[in-house]
Design a protein around this ligand. Structure first.
Ligand code: HXC
Ligand code: NAP
Length: 290
């Protein structure tokens, strides 16, 4: 789908790049020639991911442990990265989440999510963005959100609120920073199986019926999301900025049409409906005087 040297000479940083979707995107960027810095809080996991990715694709992956909830830790980490060479792209992928009834959330529980997704994502974006601005350098920020930024979602309210905030950051800074040559976009994925998300969002495997709520009848493949990320990070589509783009097999909009539930109707049901409507129309027609 892409020329193999698409990202030759580029350096990206992927938060949460050692696991799940972050790792899949990192692999794709490396495969296409980028040097990638991956961060997260677990050093061993990051080291192993970097080793495995470079063993498979060659290239350079630098693992750096950092907690994005701590603004000063980000400042120190980004400075260290910059000393070795400036970044061209930032992928805000790190997140925390769990399902819970909102009435059971303590302030600390809300903060556990908001500190990563809302605060951490802003700290990262500003730490990198201000360096691009100071150096007159172009840059691209891609944030991984959810379709809840448009619809909201029960039982994951701190995540939905925080991700919606990042969607608004994406739009706001696309305008504020556009004239510096800095662009910001976001991806809103539907369900893509990962260990991290499934353990916290489907802990009792209470939901075994994803397919029936996804028009395309399946969950996403990591390669599809990684391809979308590569497309959005490419200089060749530089004019795209301020956008949040869903990749969800139409799951996010399925509930929004009044008649989405009719997907369950069989051909016989449709024939019965057609016959009933015809009967009504003919009865009305018979009563018309003009
Ligand atoms: C209610 C809970 C809770 C739960 C924790 N808390 N789990 N409350 N229900 N299930 C409360 C605790 O009681 C505590 O409050 C507060 O939250 C903080 O708990 P800690 O365990 O100290 O949290 P912490 O160590 O900060 O851990 C943060 C975390 C953790 C988010 C909870 O899971 C984490 O770091 N996760 C990172 C990876 C991750 O979540 N990946 C999934 C991303 S998937 P009190 O008041 O009792 O002290 C995603 C969207 C996917 O984002 C969309 C799919 C369609
Ligand atoms: P994941 O594997 O659990 O990814 C979360 C990553 O974030 C981990 O690598 C974690 O590493 C890192 N992280 C969390 N808190 C951090 C912190 N304070 N500082 C630094 N790094 C931190 O889950 P995933 O499913 O791949 O999720 C990736 C992204 O996709 C998230 O933004 C998620 O909201 C989004 N998303 C996922 C799905 C899905 O179906 N999987 C759907 C929609 C959106 P450490 O724990 O080592 O810090």
């Amino acid at each position: 789908m892409f020329k193999t040297d698409l990202f030759k000479g580029k350096k990206f940083l992927v938060t949460g790049g050692g696991t799940g979707l972050g790792r899949s995107m990192t692999e794709k960027f490396v495969e296409l020639g980028a040097e990638v810095v991956i961060i997260g809080r677990r050093k061993e996991m990051l080291d192993k991911a970097a080793e495995e990715i470079t063993a498979r694709h060659g290239g350079k992956v630098t693992p750096i442990p950092c907690d994005i909830r701590v603004a000063q830790a980000i400042e120190d980490m980004v400075e260290e990265v910059w000393q070795a060479g400036p970044l061209d792209g930032l992928i805000n992928n790190a997140a925390g989440n769990f399902i819970s009834q909102t009435k059971d959330l303590s302030p600390r529980a809300f903060d556990a999510i908001a500190n990563i997704v809302f605060h951490g994502t802003f700290y990262m974006t500003n730490a990198v963005g201000k360096r691009w601005i100071a150096e007159g350098r172009k840059g691209s920020v891609l944030s991984i959100l959810t379709t809840w930024v448009w619809t909201g979602s029960p039982f994951v309210v701190p995540s939905a609120m925080s991700k919606a905030g990042v969607a608004v950051m994406t739009q706001s800074l696309a305008v504020e920073w556009g004239h510096y040559g800095i662009r910001l976009n976001a991806i809103a994925p539907g369900p893509f199986p990962t260990e991290g998300a499934w353990a916290r969002l489907n802990p009792n495997e209470q939901d075994r019926d994803w397919a029936s709520r996804i028009p395309m009848g399946r969950v996403g493949h990591h390669s599809e999301l990684a391809n979308m990320a590569a497309f959005l990070m490419a200089d060749e589509v530089e004019y795209i900025t301020g956008e949040v783009i869903a990749i969800d097999g139409a799951q996010g909009i399925m509930g929004s049409g009044t008649f989405s539930n009719l997907l369950k109707m069989t051909e016989d049901d449709w024939q019965r409906a057609r016959d009933a409507i015809k009967k009504t129309n003919e009865a009305d027609k018979a009563k018309r005087t003009v």
